[in-house]
Design a protein around this ligand. Sequence first.
Ligand code: 13P
Length: 258
Amino acid sequence: MTTTRRPIVAGNWKMNTTVAEAVVLAAAVRDAVGAASGVEVVVCPPAVSLFPVQAVLEGGDVALGAQNVHFESGGAHTGEVSVSMVASAGATHVIVGHSERRARFGETDEWVSRKVRAILDARLVPVMCVGETLAEHDAGRTDAVVTAQVRAGLGAVSKDEAHRVVVAYEPVWAIGTGRPAPPEGANETCGTIRSAVAHAFGPGVADAIRIQYGGSVTAANAATLFAQPHIDGALVGGASLVASTFGVIVAAAEARNR
Ligand code: 13P
């Protein structure tokens, strides 16, 4: 397979960094990444830091993403932020359906689908997370789980716009454990996701859509993961909090693209 897909490496800072720390980290990431030719690079700080981080990143090659949004455009939703709010703070990307939100905050496939819809409507890029739990993995249900999540999450998306979505395959058992999925296994499941996209939208969209791997990605294992044909970058948690490490991961994605 010849791939022309532009790799995308995103740092999910999760619930880490104060505003001051986020600004310092963003500046360090900007400097570590430099001119990221051929790779889309995104950092996703906590919502309160979006606007100050945007000022640091402005004019550079690192884009800004939010970790979550509500699907409604406004109103009585205490504690939530809308797509237009994060966009007004400078975000161009939004993570949706992270397993931590699915498991701890009751985020359903239905909500994921509505969020993806709202993000596309605002011309931002949804980074839609899917992935199986350890129990599902051990029961041999990985393909069924991710296929169902992809179908449901993209349920309100048209064929013309589906290529704008980024899918992040994050096996729950690999997140924050220091035990990444074996590269071949991760590639196989990303291939399953691509097949689900092909089934829904046709082979052209499946060939164009980008699929990241996430779960214990480090500077040491990134290149091996990116060498896999179906893996188009990474959604990085812990390792994205160290600018130099994140820079090495971005460089590994650049090397893959040459
Ligand atoms: P870790 O890279 O810390 O395993 O986290 C992965 C993740 O959940 C990114 O969204």
